[in-house]
Ligand binder design. Structure first.
Ligand SMILES: [Zn+2]
Length: 61
């Protein structure tokens, strides 16, 4: 078994081996799925997105 390097998921705040990078932010597979399955109108969706963009770079309104 190869050791996989872990990435820190910005959304669930856990270290995960599998996931994707969105704009320098790592999102693990389960969080990605949650976001995809959640409606943009949903409060949960808004919370997830907020956690993803807590970087100054994203502060362009
Ligand atoms: Zn996650």
């Amino acid at each position: 078994m190869n050791q996989q390097s872990l990435h820190h998921c910005q959304v669930c705040d856990e270290w995960q081996a599998e996931g994707i990078y969105v704009l320098m932010t790592f999102i693990c597979k389960s969080c990605e799925r949650t976001i995809v399955q959640t409606s943009p109108d949903d409060e949960l969706y808004q919370q997830l997105v907020e956690r993803m963009k807590c970087r100054p770079l994203m502060k362009q309104m």
